[in-house]
Design a protein. Structure first.
Length: 170
């Protein structure tokens, strides 16, 4: 597992200020984690991406097609595309996401937060958690995650929403 988890690898291990661990990555890394019962998946993928990639989600069970087989995993699913219009969902999803993430961490589980590329949506949602829980600024939250995953690149509309989110949560 060490060959895929680490700084600038497929899956990045983010150590929170309270020393708890979060995994951050992309859709293609899911098969590496499927056999670990300690992992809880948080999925930020648009309905269009679901359909295009033959992913099915119903009642927190997500079916991913890998290696010509369907893998069913428990996943908290947040439909979100990487567009200006869906950047508004940062506000509507943040409280539920924080609640589910806290529950996961408090139960000793390891969250795997991912979107399709692991660079924008999942990063932006993790930033909301850092802003709210650890009182980081929008800029500091992005730079904090960048220490563990240098390829992050939240799109401009998400960065603007993070600034607003930070402003509302001071």
């Amino acid at each position: 597992m060490d060959e895929i988890i680490g700084r600038d690898k497929k899956i990045s291990k983010v150590s929170l200020p309270n020393k708890k661990i979060i995994l951050l990555g992309d859709y293609s890394s899911i098969p590496y984690l499927l056999n670990d019962d300690n992992i809880v998946f948080f999925t930020f993928i648009s309905r269009k991406e679901l359909k295009r990639n033959k992913i099915f989600n119903d009642e927190n069970i997500t079916e991913f097609p890998f290696d010509d087989k369907i893998k069913k995993i428990k996943s908290y699913f947040f439909p979100m595309s990487d567009t200006y219009f869906d950047s508004e969902k940062i506000f509507s999803y943040s409280d539920l996401f924080h609640k589910k993430l806290e529950k996961c961490l408090n139960n000793g589980k390891i969250p795997y937060i991912h979107c399709f590329a692991g660079m924008s949506r999942s990063v932006s949602m993790l930033c909301t958690y850092l802003i709210k829980k650890f009182r980081m600024s929008d800029y500091d939250s992005i730079e904090y995650i960048r220490m563990f995953r240098t390829i992050i690149s939240p799109n401009y509309s998400f960065v603007r929403k993070l600034f607003l989110y930070y402003s509302y949560n001071q």
